[in-house]
Write a protein that binds this ligand. Structure first.
Ligand code: LMR
Length: 351
């Protein structure tokens, strides 16, 4: 069957970074749109959904669930191509690709969305902000969550849903029990100024890099440690190249499912509504399995016996929390204090 690839930029006939580079040089938006309008109705509309984790993570499974629901509910009028594990684009590239319409759908972490939606997205990275996943959900399900997604529109991006991952832990090539243990360690973080400040405050040297490069950098000794959820650690095999893990649960990792807004608005209304329904159900699925996927991953890591796993005491965590409080002050330069207050109110965090 012939496929119709609805893209805003028709220079991009093949997926990938080379195509993105070309497209970035010349992005004839108008031409892409006119092709969209001219697309014959009988050819399926192709939606490329790129993400940076493996298919067996909660996000990976939810993307496949969305694909199955979307394709069946549109009776084959839409075809969803899911590209997992950075096979199409790495962390930063995928956002550039979405903006120009070289890819239509992503689910990046909120940490990475400041680049296109402003600094408020980094509030979710503040250390020890949420006491549990329910507190985080209370925020994203509230008008505060909706208003944050609205900030993406200035970059031509529409935010459709939030997907959970879970709490992050630290791994390193030495034990991490007290703050002093972090001194001078090169720790990988996502592209978020809050996460950079967090590591500096702990005395480490933060290193921002794409997820797909972390395994090799740890293996080669170019990095000493990293922070992520157990699910991302096990599926990227990071536990194989680290000797210690501290179950700190110091920060939360969540995602927004986002689309190129012009592409989305050009879809026939019945298709768009079927896709919204499919995404609604995939979101319930994603958020229903995230916690159990992380618990399973932690057990899997434990059962390999490859890592010494440390669970900090309540007292130690209180010391970490106190040590990390300056990050809140430092980030007030780019996180609107009113937004932070609204997030804290929704999460029922006392001021
Ligand atoms: C990371 O870069 O560590 C995460 O954002 C990856 C992901 O999508 O979970």
């Amino acid at each position: 069957m012939q496929h119709t690839r609805i893209r805003l930029n028709d220079h991009i006939q093949m997926p990938g970074r080379r195509a993105l580079t070309r497209a970035l040089v010349a992005a004839p938006l108008a031409m892409g749109l006119s092709r969209l309008q001219a697309a014959p109705a009988h050819k399926p509309i192709v939606i490329q959904f790129s993400h940076v984790v493996t298919p067996d993570t909660a996000k990976g499974q939810a993307a496949l669930r969305f694909k199955a629901l979307a394709e069946s509910r549109t009776g084959g009028r839409v075809q969803i191509e899911v590209y997992p594990n950075s096979t199409l684009y790495k962390d930063r590239e995928e956002l550039d690709a979405l903006k120009i319409g070289a890819v239509q759908m992503l689910a990046p972490s909120l940490s990475k969305l400041a680049k296109v939606g402003g600094g408020d997205f980094e509030a979710f990275d503040l250390p020890f902000l949420f006491k549990d996943a329910a507190a985080m959900r209370a925020v994203i399900d509230s008008p505060v969550g909706a208003s944050l997604l609205g900030k993406l529109q200035a970059s031509g991006i529409k935010g459709l849903a939030y997907w959970d991952n879970g709490f992050k832990v630290f791994t390193a090539n030495r034990p991490l029990q007290s703050i002093a243990d972090f001194r001078a360690l090169r720790i990988r973080v996502q592209a978020s100024r809050v996460l950079v400040e967090q590591m500096k405050t702990l005395g480490s040297v933060p290193s921002v890099s794409p997820l797909i490069e972390v395994y090799q950098a740890l293996k080669d000794g170019k990095l000493d440690g990293q922070e992520n959820t157990p699910s991302n650690i096990v599926t990227q095999r990071l536990h194989e190249v680290q000797s210690h893990m501290t179950v700190s649960n110091h920060g939360y990792l969540a995602y927004a499912v986002i689309v190129n807004q012009a592409f989305w608005e050009k879809l026939p209304a019945d298709i768009r509504s079927a896709l919204e329904g499919a995404l609604h159900d995939a979101t319930i699925y994603a958020n229903g399995i995230a916690a159990s996927e992380n618990a399973r991953a932690l057990e899997q890591i434990r059962s390999t016996g490859r890592l010494a796993i440390y669970k900090p005491s309540a007292q130690e965590l209180a010391a970490w929390r106190t040590a990390l409080m300056p990050v809140y002050r430092q980030s007030s330069g780019w996180i609107d204090p009113a937004m932070l207050a609204a997030i804290q109110a929704q999460a029922r965090i006392p001021p």
